[in-house]
Design a protein around this ligand. Structure first.
Ligand code: PMP
Length: 435
């Protein structure tokens, strides 16, 4: 099928609220490594990896082979029957995650992983309320939409009254109008205010992403999570760390983003990059937290931990260890960030460059003084980069943040190729905006 035929069916048969990138949406056909091809045969360098999901690149031979083998052996068993890949992956998760995280519950998506995290936190603590952060994105189910703090992503009518929101550590647009470090991390202290003024005074959890993903790669300053998590503990809560975007080496140096802040969550959720694109979520907890579920009701997941997704995940982790470990990601991420800083020096449309490893955001503004968001410039940059063969992502409450997150197998050469296209695209946008 060609582009027009696919778009016609999309329009007729898929819910119209599916978000599609680009003025003329882009049907993709196949991929290899860092590249994808559309159905018309055009080639693109993929620096968004299907929303931070294709961790080891498209059609990675190891993943393809392992999935093929497993499909020919057993596609499905359900969690009613123990299965080799399932237990091996759970063991691997316990080895890779920080602290005492040990016991996994696999599901099919980040939303489900976060739902399970809230249930287990409430069961373990016997408290109800959750403190989350403004600008968070947690998923598309009712409960996770209640955690999500972007009006645009909060559809429907049934939000949980148990979720409260503290201000987020958004230094570029500090919600408290302070600046780091003289602020003394007042945003972290807001968690205590929220607990004392809007909850029963005892919470089930503080829940946060190490770097807010959909929120626009908002990166908390040093020291933030140490204070936030200590407050959660003081009021009876555990820390649910949502590593759906930041997991599996994405942020460099460590396997999980939260290790940059040197705190250990009692519950961690993951999805996206976990299986290179096969659907999977995981909620991993300490043994003590998992134990609290015993005798409190039954749990199963029909597709959770299924033999094919777990095979893909084991192969993905192996490929990461061999080709793109967190040190590699740090090195290539530093190269990317240095290049983005050079663009910042050149183009005043760029207000802020932030992130860690291969998770870098560019916040675009009309001018650096007013910091007025520039979503139209982002839209134009999207068209320009697409025309020149580069796929990127966007996000942020004001739709003015470019999200750059290639597969972790990206090399410095791939980064240079992307930077050259970005440079050209920024020049075009700069010129057409008369900047
Ligand atoms: N948590 C975070 C941090 C996410 O970015 C997302 C998805 N963008 C989710 C949870 C929900 O994941 P899914 O779309 O797989 O349900």
């Amino acid at each position: 099928m060609n582009t027009q035929e696919i778009l016609a069916k999309q329009k007729q048969y898929l819910w119209p609220n599916h978000i599609l990138y680009y003025t003329e949406p882009l049907p993709l056909d196949h991929g290899e490594g860092l590249y994808v091809w559309d159905v018309e045969g055009h080639k693109y360098l993929d620096f968004f990896g299907g929303i931070l999901t294709t961790s080891v690149g498209h059609n990675h031979p190891k993943v393809v082979e392992r999935v093929r083998d497993q499909v020919g052996k057993l596609i499905h068993s359900s969690t009613l029957y123990p299965q080799e890949n399932h237990v091996n992956l759970a063991e691997k998760m316990a080895q890779l995650t920080p602290g005492k995280l040990q016991m996994s519950f696999f599901t099919n998506s980040g939303s489900e992983a976060n739902e399970k995290a809230i249930t287990v936190a409430q069961t373990y603590t016997d408290n109800r309320e959750i403190v989350a952060l403004r600008h968070a994105y947690s998923g598309g189910t009712s409960l996770t939409m209640s955690v999500t703090a972007h009006a645009n992503w909060r559809l429907g009518k049934s939000f949980s009254p148990d979720i409260k929101h503290a201000v987020n550590p958004y230094c570029y647009r500090c919600p408290l109008k302070l600046s780091y470090p003289s602020c003394d991390l007042a945003c972290a202290q807001d968690i205590e205010d929220v607990i004392r003024t809007t909850t029963s005074g005892r919470i089930a959890a503080f829940m946060a992403e190490p770097i807010q993903g959909v929120g626009g790669f908002i990166t908390p300053p040093d020291g933030y999570f140490q204070i936030a998590v200590a407050i959660a503990h003081q009021y009876g809560g555990v820390f649910i760390c949502d590593e759906v975007q930041t997991g599996f080496g994405r942020t460099g140096t460590h396997w999980f983003g939260i290790s940059h802040w040197d705190v250990e969550p009692e519950i961690m959720t993951m999805a996206k990059g976990i299986a290179n694109g096969l659907p999977m979520g995981n909620t991993i907890t300490t043994a003590e937290v998992a134990q609290a579920m015993v005798g409190k009701g039954l749990s199963l997941s029909t597709f959770g931990g299924n033999p094919v997704s777990t095979a893909a995940s084991l192969a993905t982790i192996e490929a990461l260890e061999e080709e793109a470990n967190p040190q590699h990601t740090q090195m290539v991420g530093d190269h990317l960030q240095a290049g983005l800083h050079r663009l910042w020096e050149k183009y005043p449309l760029i207000g802020d460059v932030r992130g860690k490893g291969l998770m870098q955001g560019i916040e675009m503004v009309m001018d650096r003084k007013s910091k007025e968001p520039a979503p139209k410039a982002v839209a134009q940059l999207f068209e320009e980069t697409k025309t020149h063969g580069l796929l990127i992502g966007k996000g942020g409450l004001y739709s003015n943040v470019i999200r750059i997150a290639p597969p972790l197998t990206a090399t410095k050469e791939h980064v240079d190729e992307a930077l050259a296209i970005l440079d050209h695209a920024f020049a075009q946008v700069h010129e057409s905006m008369g900047a």
